[in-house]
Design a protein around this ligand. Structure first.
Ligand SMILES: NC(=O)c1ccc[n+]([C@@H]2O[C@H](COP(=O)([O-])OP(=O)(O)OC[C@H]3O[C@@H](n4cnc5c(N)ncnc54)[C@H](OP(=O)(O)O)[C@@H]3O)[C@@H](O)[C@H]2O)c1
Length: 325
């Protein structure tokens, strides 16, 4: 698989990454079963065998089970640790985490960030993670606290590089005013059916098109050499299987156009869905969420697809339900 070199790091990353949001299956404190461990092992080995060298994690995923499962898979095959880049996220406190009935919230304090990373390292059976992302913007952020946490985590060798997730351009600039380390990644929701970051640049100042609230974040990331990591890159499957409850209105037309292009290129629909993201000239590294090894194999074919501009805009038109202004 083709790779990106992330600027300001020594990391060479596969263009597609594997995500662990669903790895432990249930969002509670029940332990994972041998079957779930077996599935995690197959998924991670399938990803690596198909050229993926990047695993996206978060301390909260399946209440810590995702970290533990990746740790267990690495323990059973220690050669994996040098083959994969591990990216962790911290900063979210789950509902009921503090006490029964407590709300979910965000906490970028020194204490919370450092203790959560240390807990994840234990669960992962490793001394360090390659990248740490701030998971979702904390409305009460004190950037000096983030700076202190990053300094400690980097100087103690626990984290090599840093980034953000779900942050807009202004929020990143605020952090940058205090933090010495470069922000090398922004992980954001982006897919054909969640295309606001892309449309933001197209509808600027255009009367009648609704405001996306994206604050030029895509261009900001390009300007500042940040890797963009689209999460939910296939819109939770709706771009292929639009007939489920909750599907956006344009899912049907999008799926039909994907099918047409898959036939034209003699490839899988998954390759076209991801190929739409990879065609963008920003460094885009979609994070796959499938729990089916066969879908990883179908999806990595995206690395060989090069959509034309006509096809790229045609897909966007179907997904947005409107043409460009
Ligand atoms: N930073 C953040 O705030 C944030 C938030 C959410 C997620 N993430 C990251 O992004 C990763 C991906 O997110 P995601 O899981 O929402 O991504 P996704 O890949 O868009 O969605 C995965 C879902 O789509 C289904 N799917 C995939 N291919 C399909 C197909 N061909 N036909 C029908 N259904 C299909 C999967 O079912 P099967 O399992 O049956 O294939 C799974 O339920 C996560 O693992 C996590 O690492 C980050």
């Amino acid at each position: 698989m083709k790779t990106y070199h992330i600027p300001n790091t020594d990391l060479e990353v596969s263009r597609i990454a594997f995500g662990t949001w669903h790895l432990g299956e249930t969002w509670d404190t029940t332990p994972y079963t041998p079957e779930i461990l077996d599935r995690a092992d197959k998924l991670i080995h399938t990803a690596v065998d198909n050229g993926i060298n990047f695993i996206d994690l978060a301390d909260i995923y399946t209440w810590g089970k995702s970290d533990m499962l990746v740790g267990e898979v690495i323990k059973n095959d220690p050669s994996l640790r040098d083959k994969v880049i591990l990216q962790e996220k911290a900063g979210i406190i789950l509902p009921n985490e503090i006490h029964e009935g407590s709300p979910g919230y965000y906490d970028f304090s020194y204490e919370n960030l450092t203790s959560k990373v240390e807990r994840s390292l234990k669960r992962l059976n490793t001394d360090y993670v390659d990248i740490l992302l701030l998971h979702r913007p904390d409305a009460l952020v004190e950037p000096e606290e983030v700076a202190r946490a990053f300094d400690h985590l980097q100087s103690s060798g626990k984290v090599k590089y840093f980034g953000v997730s779900n942050h807009n351009s202004f929020q990143i600039d605020l952090l940058k005013k205090y933090v010495d380390q470069p922000f090398v990644v922004n992980q954001v929701e982006l897919s054909l059916l969640h295309n606001e970051l892309v449309r933001d640049g197209l509808i600027f100042n255009n009367k009648g098109q609704h405001y996306t609230g994206a604050h030029g974040t895509l261009d900001y990331c390009r300007l500042n050499d940040m890797l963009i990591q689209p999460w939910s890159p296939v819109a939770r499957g709706y771009i292929f299987a639009p007939n489920r409850e909750g599907a956006p209105e344009t899912a049907d037309a999008t799926a039909a156009e994907i099918k047409r292009l898959a036939e034209k290129y003699n490839t899988t629909p998954e390759a076209i869905g991801l190929g739409w993201l990879l065609r963008h000239p920003a460094m885009m590294q979609p994070i796959l969420g499938t729990m089916k090894p066969s879908r990883i194999v179908d999806t990595v074919k995206a690395d060989d697809v090069e959509l034309t501009k006509l096809e790229w805009y045609g897909l966007l038109q179907k997904a947005a339900g409107a043409g460009v202004p």
